[in-house]
Ligand binder design. Sequence first.
Ligand code: MTE
Ligand code: MO
Length: 228
Amino acid sequence: MDDLPRRIEEGRAALLARFADRIRATPSLADPAPRGEGPRNAHGMPRLPVKQGEQDELIPMDLGRVPEVSKERWRLTIDGAVEEPLTFTFDELLALPQEERTADFHCVTGWSVLGLTWRGVPLTTLLALARPTAAASHALFHSYDDYSTNLPLEEVLKDDVLLAHELGGAPLAAELGGPARVVTPQLYAYKGAKWVKRIEVLTHDRRGYWEIRGYSNTAYPWRDDREW
Ligand SMILES: Nc1nc2c(c(=O)[nH]1)N[C@H]1C(S)=C(S)[C@@H](COP(=O)(O)O)O[C@H]1N2
Ligand SMILES: [Mo]
């Protein structure tokens, strides 16, 4: 495994080249007039998207139960339309290159928390190792609580999309998705699966839990894009 950094770099470069145009065309990078208030973030977006209220801390949101997933029992599988299906233990996740991202968090129910610092592994790293096939276009994330959520690969591959296991320098609390969760700072937070156990790479779009029940499939906060 000593060629791991090279495999990650080559896989990431190939994916970013392949998806560069689609990444640039996503709403949060191409919107000429994002709606919201406050100073602009690094992507030129107003810090507080339209119809969001700021608060100090995350409110745990779930489907009525917090699944008990110990670090020992936790596994993440990446399969479907990939050349190299993979399963990681929590220790194997920690053995990958770790990165930090400070990002804002926007829940579709109208609250935002600004400036959260997450630590974990970028989704680009995981996909670089699993290598989506030429036909791969989307991913469906499955969680231990039977939640699911879907994204096009151009959203999964954004630099701030992280599989996070620490928040603010501490292990991620169980009610916030620990041992590990996905965060998607440029979209409403229901696009980030807590207690994630499987990333199913797909050659077509397939809707997740809230996307089936009426929440927007695109979930773009600066256009009030909440429902369909
Ligand atoms: N597995 C799972 N992931 C989930 C959810 C869930 O119910 N189950 N809720 C989503 C919603 S609607 C939001 S706003 C965020 C909430 O994250 P928090 O609990 O850390 O505030 O997680 C998202 N990810
Ligand atoms: Mo939410």
